[in-house]
Design a protein around this ligand. Structure first.
Ligand SMILES: CC(C)(COP(=O)(O)OP(=O)(O)OC[C@H]1O[C@@H](n2cnc3c(N)ncnc32)[C@H](O)[C@@H]1OP(=O)(O)O)[C@@H](O)C(=O)NCCC(=O)NCCS
Length: 167
């Protein structure tokens, strides 16, 4: 845990590198009941249809997002922020980055799934303009929890300017 907690102004987002994966996987282990193995992240870095970004503060990886792209559709397959860095606008910054990237590549829509119990993530998605598009029964294993499917029709123009000082 850092000694002081800055806002998100000092956060930058860039493409993930192999040397980031130790920190990425540590965040994953702290963030999900059924975390991906590290090998899954190694595969995503190489995957031809995946875009994998990290949010960094100095040299420290504090979050990540992975978007799979299929023609004109993106599928957000993972996003997380280190627990010590949450509620500082980093998840929002990552999603803004994903949406800006999708717009620049002329994707039409982004989809994602989220546990019905994961209210923080749902709030974040709804704040970014995602809407519920359906519910998948027993989507998650082994507990069988349902997923909400969220969809964003990628806006052709930015609807609000990025505000890096927002925390
Ligand atoms: C979901 C997650 C990525 C959000 O990251 P974050 O950096 O804390 O999010 P932000 O600070 O950018 O929050 C943006 C908005 O999301 C909502 N939000 C985020 N965390 C929330 C919480 N714990 N409770 C309620 N709303 C929350 C709020 O509307 C917030 O805006 P506000 O702070 O102005 O109220 C983070 O909680 C996380 O890593 N969770 C574990 C992994 C996960 O669930 N990933 C999603 C899988 S589908």
């Amino acid at each position: 845990m850092p000694l002081f907690m800055p806002g998100n102004a000092d956060i930058t987002i860039r493409t993930a590198r192999p040397e980031d994966l130790k920190a990425v996987h540590e965040i994953e282990l702290l963030s999900f009941p059924r975390p991906w193995p590290r090998t899954a992240f190694e595969a995503e870095i190489l995957h031809p249809f995946s875009e994998f970004w990290v949010a960094v503060h100095g040299q420290t990886v504090v979050g990540y997002a992975i978007l799979r792209c299929y023609e004109t559709t993106g599928h957000l397959i993972n996003i997380a922020v280190h627990p010590d860095w949450r509620r500082r606008g980093i998840g929002r910054r990552l999603l803004e980055w994903v949406i800006d990237w999708a717009r620049s590549r002329r994707l039409l829509a982004i989809y994602l799934e989220v546990r019905v119990s994961n209210l923080p993530a749902q709030r974040l998605y709804e704040r970014m303009g995602f809407v519920r598009a359906g519910r998948i029964k027993h989507y998650y294993t082994p507990d069988g929890e349902d997923a909400w499917v969220y969809r964003l029709v990628v806006p052709r123009h930015r609807t609000s300017p990025s505000n890096p000082s927002k925390s």
